[in-house]
Design a protein around this ligand. Structure first.
Ligand code: NAD
Length: 419
């Protein structure tokens, strides 16, 4: 019996099973590696602007504390539930271990559509969430960050709320804060930049010239918009993008800087152009060189996977590909190169780690330093994944996850089982 359920949690369990078989991990060792250390469920009451009271359910799951504090984003979305949060926490563990960070994985969230809240209500909900979490988090216990539906402002409210209760400023309690509140240069851009950087590496390896290449980006929030902008700046034509309001397609390439400006002002791509509007379900299947899913889980299912007409899938989102789709992508690996999520979007947590280190030391780096170190870590992890996939003749996702799981397992083995 477990409190975790739902398709996203099942997906994380499924994937772990594949890796555990691949690594021949004895059955009695598996639950210790897979099952989260702690799960916290809270009720967050707030006063609404109309004078009524509303209560929202919030969660935080801390997967393991073997390598250091846990680390992970906080998601505000209507779909958030305990199973989804647990799966995302598990994936964070493999991701942090793969890129060599001293963290376990965590994730949290509130089941709320933030677009239905006023700014005042969003602030009240953010502050109440952090206040309820104070007994369970800390700079050396669990450090939060942004995810879908949260941003720098929400992180600033989290940090301020925690600090008020401590009686001193504790910037290191969250990452992804504004630079004016102890954040690092380059964090807001870090995930999208990392996605574009690794994509360029793969295009180079495949001998696809950047100026003739085309890309499709699903999701135009923090990760998608920055990835699209970086690809555009590299000379890649971004021919289609989508968000929760719809999709745009232009075979000659979209004006991504103008679209980023529009989305920053309006909060979405809606209203940019009626002429370029297209069916959001179709864009992943357009003929192009790169597909970047950068929105949500389980958007590449078996049907989409079999219809993809790209050379590279760069997973900006967490868990965008279902296990059934993975089987198809594995069969198609000579045609399509997969950059798996735990590597592809790891630039975000890498720079979050830099932010935590800078806050602890109160010594801040130039943006060039942040980017140089981010790319160095991504290059190293990418090289190791490719070598491992080649050596073991396995799919890129299997290689990446196996390296993450192995590191956590190694740490648990050497520390032993208490008592
Ligand atoms: P965000 O809230 O800034 O943006 C999400 C985007 O997805 C928005 O443009 C939204 O409109 C779009 N979207 C929502 N539903 C959609 C749908 N059905 N079809 C198309 N688009 C849809 O979130 P984000 O921070 O950019 O996160 C996106 C993904 O990247 C998530 O899976 C998140 O877990 C992952 N991720 C984020 C970070 C980070 O640093 N922010 C780091 C690693 C991974």
């Amino acid at each position: 019996m477990t409190v975790y359920s739902g398709p996203v949690f099942e997906m994380a369990v499924n994937q772990f099973g594949v890796i555990a078989d691949h690594l021949s991990i004895p059955v009695d060792e598996r639950a210790r590696l897979l099952m989260p250390k702690r799960a916290i469920t809270i009720s967050c009451p707030i006063h609404r602007d109309d004078g009524t009271t509303a209560v929202f359910e919030g969660y935080r799951v801390q997967h393991h504390l073997t390598l250091g504090p846990t680390k992970g984003g906080t998601r505000f979305a209507a779909s958030v539930d305990l199973g989804e949060v647990a799966a995302l926490a598990i994936w964070m563990s493999w991701k942090c271990a793969l890129v060599g960070l001293p963290y376990g994985g965590a994730k949290g969230g509130i089941g709320v559509d933030p677009s239905t809240l006023s700014k005042h209500e969003l602030e009240a909900l953010s502050r109440r969430y952090m206040q309820e979490m104070i007994p369970f988090v800390g700079p050396h216990t669990d450090v939060m960050a942004p995810d879908m539906g949260t941003n720098e402002q929400v992180m600033a409210w989290f940090m301020d709320t925690y600090s008020m209760y401590q009686g001193r400023t504790v910037t290191e309690i969250v990452t992804g804060k504004p630079v004016t509140a102890g954040g690092t240069l380059g964090r807001r851009e870090a995930t999208g930049r990392g996605v574009a950087y690794l994509t360029r590496r793969v295009l180079n390896d495949l001998q696809i010239g950047l100026s003739g290449a085309t890309a499709v980006v699903q999701g135009f929030g923090n990760v998608g918009s920055i990835a699209a902008l970086e690809l555009h700046n590299m000379g890649v034509k971004v021919i289609a993008v989508s968000d929760h309001t719809g999709a745009l397609h232009r075979a000659a390439g979209l004006d991504i800087p103008a679209l980023v400006e529009h989305a920053a002002l309006r909060g979405s791509i809606a209203g940019y152009s009626n002429e370029l509007a297209t069916d959001p379900r179709e864009i992943l299947m357009l003929p192009c060189d790169v597909v970047v899913p950068a929105a949500m889980e389980r958007v590449i299912d078996a049907d989409v996977a079999s219809k993809l007409r790209c050379r590279v899938v760069a997973e900006g989102a967490n868990g965008p590909t279902t296990p059934e789709a993975d089987l198809i992508l594995e069969q198609r690996q000579d045609e399509i190169f997969l950059i798996p999520d735990i590597l592809c979007n790891s630039g975000g947590v890498v720079v979050s780690y830099f932010e935590w280190v800078q806050d602890l030391q109160q010594l801040f780096w130039e943006e060039e330093e942040v980017m140089r170190r981010e790319y160095q870590i991504l290059d190293r992890a990418f090289d190791r994944m490719v070598a491992r996939a080649r050596r073991d003749k396995v799919f890129n996702r299997t290689a990446a996850m196996a390296m993450g799981v192995e590191r956590v397992r190694g740490a648990k083995d050497t520390r032993g089982l208490f008592p």
